[in-house]
Design a protein around this ligand. Structure first.
Ligand code: COA
Length: 254
């Protein structure tokens, strides 16, 4: 079977690729566990200086697998996605992303924890949590307003319309927009530049840059509770079934 998460280490850069293109790299529980395990291993491996995340040619990730949500609507602190989010938020080593195509849901919110984000011209970001009768996660309800300002964050999270790489760049989510064909090599070049720097100073600088986010764990806990409640709701079941059945959701009865 094709590996759905591929990791390779070269010159201090651990490249982690979402590789499930037939499902737009939607992340299953098994994929979250794999990624979390890789990230945990990276934390204690001195050979790993930087993590570089990428998707496939046409997609970063369509976010959480909706069939998984429908099949197992229980979310706890022990769930694979919670495990992944906790490691993402506490990761000490620099993280770089190369985004092409859709980055939906956690595909966008995870980027708020990255240090450098490079987007191809095809990149499209989207926070459709409310459309799915859920709430945004990964600390994004704190981090996006900090980055983009309250009104911009509210627009993106409440209206929940997709936005392109230029808009993402203007709000500071993306460092640079480059041609799709060049985005991964560009991101790798920057990751290698980071990998050559003194690692302890880099990690300390990163921790200081993030120090003002002190209430992040509390916010993530509150998001997790609201997300778990949402997931069990009839609204969410309708929204997700509608996606799987390729029809418009009908919220008129709620
Ligand atoms: N979970 C499960 N399956 C997904 C998925 C997801 N998040 N995103 C895409 N897929 C599947 C589709 O069901 C389809 O499978 P099929 O070929 O067996 O029918 C396949 O991936 C291709 O997706 P498709 O919708 O045909 O691609 P598209 O290019 O028209 O649209 C997206 C791409 C990302 C806009 C669209 O797939 C989408 O909206 N996905 C859901 C995103 C989402 O809500 N994520 C959760 C956020 S919390």
């Amino acid at each position: 079977m094709t590996e759905q998460v591929i990791s390779t280490l070269r010159d201090g850069v651990l490249r982690i690729q979402f590789n499930r293109p037939e499902k737009k790299n939607a992340l299953t529980a098994a994929m979250y566990e794999t990624i979390a395990g890789i990230m945990e291993g990276a934390q204690s491996d001195d050979k790993v200086r930087v993590l570089l995340f990428t998707g496939t040619d046409e997609c970063f990730t369509a976010g959480n697998d909706i069939a998984d949500f429908l099949g197992a609507p229980q979310l706890t602190a022990d769930s694979p996605v919670s495990h992944f989010l906790a490691i993402l938020a506490s990761a000490e080593k620099p993280m770089v992303a190369a985004v092409r195509g859709d980055a939906v849901g956690v595909g966008t919110t995870m980027l708020l924890h990255f240090d450098l984000v490079y987007a191809g011209t095809s990149a499209r970001f989207w926070l459709p949590f409310v459309n799915l009768a859920l709430v945004p996660e990964a600390g994004s309800t704190l981090l996006l307003p900090l980055l983009a300002g309250y009104q911009k964050a509210a627009e993106l999270m409440l209206l929940a319309e997709p936005f392109g790489p230029e808009e993402a760049s203007e709000m500071g989510l993306v460092n640079k927009v480059v041609k799709d064909a060049d985005v991964e090599s560009f991101a790798m070049e920057k990751a290698m530049a980071l990998a050559a720097k003194p690692p302890v100073a880099l990690r300390r600088t990163r921790a200081l840059l993030k120090a003002a986010r002190g209430i992040l764990p509390d916010i993530m806990e509150a998001e997790g509770e609201a997300f778990a409640e949402g997931l069990k709701s009839e609204e969410a079941q309708e929204a997700m079934l509608a996606f799987m059945e390729r029809r418009e959701a009908d919220f008129s009865k709620f």
